[in-house]
Write a protein that binds this ligand. Structure first.
Ligand code: NAG
Length: 296
């Protein structure tokens, strides 16, 4: 009986090892698929008048979704729902059990700072095996260097239009943004990344969405300012500026959980073979430790 259980268990592990080598960044330009970005979240916000607002977010750890403060400020966490991917395709949602809004965010101020929020969801999306790590540093933009990045947002999705990813050129610096002398950003430019304006527009639901450069999340879509001629400058929170705040929230909780530790060990092992960010689904570990206990 015990041997039988062990055989079942072993085949279960083997199957899962194979399954978890799926999500690898291909780095293809013309082949963006939602499946390649499993950590992109769609946030649904129920308003008092029963209308629904949409924002974008990203899973930066098993239970934590990074988004913009202005999406959730003043809202009750029970009016928030987190979906994987687009709401059109996905019905798998999570409730929010804790909401963190950066303390420097001021919704009445013209100067937009601290526009970051982290939502803790009630339970993991167990089929998601890859999160996005936050990263980036001002050094990456030294000497007026710009980076080629992608931004993902659900603001531009409707029934027939599903282009939710675009490529942009990103700058950082005192004069990196168009309209750098406007009151919103002139004294706080260190905190932003700006995309070189192009003919794409940013829509409301893009708020909170990730800017990804070098396979790390550098920015969060925050706001746009009007520049002369009716053009818009889209401005992103440079996460590096708030890195400590983000890490202080998402790291302690991870390291207190035994299953997260086990997962990290497992993950490191896999990482030696394969550069992709992989995480073993949590239920596998519970079942494994449960059965081992039982048989010993
Ligand atoms: C928020 O901004 C408004 C307008 O600039 C200012 O009057 C208010 O004191 C600010 N609130 C805080 C808590 O800093």
């Amino acid at each position: 009986m015990q041997i039988f259980l062990l055989i079942i268990l072993l085949s279960f592990i083997v199957l899962n090892e194979f399954k978890s080598t799926k999500h690898v960044h291909k780095g293809l330009i013309d082949d963006f698929k939602l499946e390649d970005y499993p950590y992109v979240m769609c946030l649904k916000i129920l308003l008092p008048n029963k209308r629904v607002e949409t924002c974008t977010g990203s899973l930066v750890a098993e239970l934590f979704v990074l988004t913009a403060a202005h999406c959730v400020y003043g809202k009750d966490k029970k009016d928030l729902k987190v979906y994987q991917g687009t709401r059109i395709k996905s019905h798998d949602s999570r409730n929010v059990v804790k909401m963190y809004v950066h303390e420097s965010y001021n919704h009445t101020s013209e100067v937009m700072i601290g526009d970051l929020s982290i939502l803790k969801i009630e339970k993991p999306f167990s089929h998601i095996e890859e999160y996005i790590r936050v990263g980036g540093s001002p050094i990456d933009f030294a000497n007026n260097k710009y980076l080629k990045c992608i931004v993902i947002g659900f603001g531009i999705i409707n029934a027939e239009h599903e282009r939710f990813i675009k490529q942009i050129m990103v700058k950082h610096g005192r004069k990196a943004c168009e309209g750098y002398d406007s009151v919103q950003i002139i004294d706080t430019w260190q905190q932003y990344l700006c995309e070189i304006p192009n003919n794409h527009k940013t829509y409301e639901g893009d708020s909170g969405g990730p800017m990804i450069c070098n396979n790390l999340q550098y920015g969060v879509c925050s706001f746009s300012i009007n520049i002369n001629g009716g053009d818009m400058q889209t401005v992103y929170v440079f996460i590096d500026y708030y890195r400590k705040w983000v890490n202080d929230i998402i790291e302690p909780e991870q390291s207190t959980s035994i299953s997260a530790k086990q997962k990290r060990l497992k993950k490191n092992k896999i990482n030696q073979k394969n550069d992709a960010k992989l995480i073993i689904p949590h239920y596998t570990l519970y079942i494994i430790s449960g059965i081992l206990w039982y048989t010993m």
